[in-house]
Design a binder for this molecule. Structure first.
Ligand code: ATP
Ligand code: MG
Length: 342
């Protein structure tokens, strides 16, 4: 079976974009792939985190995975820092990736802001750690939101350069002509980029200071209703064709959210709501969002009330992940010429 890997950072405020763009899409992949879903806590500390809050968030992301329907028995759920091979492989990749490649990464530019000299080295090296997360398992497919597309391209570049630079050693060690696969991103559907409810030009984000910009997975029905009713729109009624959404980013976003929650295409939503005023469309969206998200939020709250259970799930997952990752690292160390005691 081919292998899927994906990670979510425990950086607080898990939102509808994380759910529709990533977590909800992890679930059906369990039927056809071996899946590894990771709470990437080492990525989280590339920006400052409060230790107690970080621990709470690691458990909350784990709870979101389980509440969404990820089966931690048949597949693997764990937190990154428990499998040291991620950090080990990231170092190798720091020596493969070029500074010029990292300089092009837009996420770093956005997160570092104006004071780039003051950003952590970890924030800069984030994409090589992400490449290590994926390639430690030689994963072939990675479901992510569109914002991660550039990092996936870098992962492929790292894999390809490693395969080329060490081609002779890879063959000598019996791995043929390709050690790492060229991983494919899985980015599709109406929800690959959910935008802020306050500004249709910014992605919905955990770090947006306005809580009205996003629907959190733990929001109750009243909060969901309030946020959707206050969501920015324009004065025109909804169009009946998708082309009518061009240059109407807020309208396009709400229609996309509706389509993703309902599991239909945007065109079908417009077929139903074309010509409607936003007030009535928003009412239908509130009902749908509460129906779909309410049970997940409730299950998350139930799960985080038992941190011992969550930690046990993560511990078992880490043990199983480590077996796979160690095999990769041993092979990599042989390929690059390190000496390992038997
Ligand atoms: P942060 O601001 O801390 O980076 P984030 O909201 O971007 O938080 P991540 O943990 O970085 O969340 O990403 C987890 C997954 O959610 C990734 O696959 C990412 O592509 C996806 N994702 C994040 N934001 C959105 C969004 N607005 N729409 C669709 N997918 C998203
Ligand atoms: Mg992010």
């Amino acid at each position: 079976k081919e292998r899927v890997f994906s990670g979510v950072q425990p950086t607080g405020n898990l939102h509808l974009g994380n759910y529709l763009g990533a977590i909800s899409r992890f679930v059906p992949l369990q039927e056809t792939y071996d899946c590894i879903y990771c709470v990437v806590d080492m990525h989280a500390i590339t920006v400052p985190q409060d230790p107690g809050e970080l621990r709470r968030q690691i458990r909350e992301v784990t709870a979101a995975f389980l509440a969404a329907g990820i089966d931690a028995e048949r597949h693997i759920v764990f937190n990154q820092s428990q499998v040291a091979e991620h950090a080990e492989l990231a170092w190798i990749f720091n020596c493969i990736a070029r500074i010029g490649w990292l300089n092009r990464m837009t996420q770093f530019k956005e997160k570092a802001g104006k004071d780039r000299e003051n950003a952590s080295v970890g924030l800069y090296a984030y994409p090589t750690l992400m490449a290590a997360d994926i390639l430690a398992y030689r994963a072939t497919h990675v479901p992510v939101g569109e914002d991660q597309k550039q990092h996936l391209e870098l992962t492929r570049d790292v894999a390809q350069k490693f395969n080329n630079d060490y081609a002779a050693a890879i063959a000598e060690n019996g791995h043929g002509d390709m050690f790492f696969p060229l991983t494919e991103p899985l980015i599709q559907g109406p929800a690959m980029r959910i935008m802020s409810l306050r500004d249709g030009s910014k992605k919905m984000s955990k770090s947006d200071p306005s809580d009205y910009s996003r629907i959190n997975l733990t929001d109750d029905a009243d909060a969901i209703a309030q946020k959707i009713r206050k969501a920015k729109t324009d004065p025109e009624p909804l169009p009946s064709e998708e082309a009518g959404l061009e240059s109407r980013p807020e309208a396009a976003n709400l229609v996309g959210i509706f389509a993703a929650l309902k599991g239909v295409e945007k065109s079908q939503v417009l077929h139903e709501f074309g010509g409607a005023q936003f007030s009535s469309f928003k009412g239908a969206l509130v009902d749908l969002a509460v129906e779909k998200m309410g049970p997940i939020g409730a299950e998350m709250k139930r799960l985080v009330a038992d941190p011992g259970h969550i930690d046990a799930v993560l511990g078992r997952g880490a043990e199983r992940a480590r077996v796979i990752a160690r095999e990769t690292l041993d092979a990599v160390y042989d390929i690059v010429g390190f000496i390992r005691s038997a």
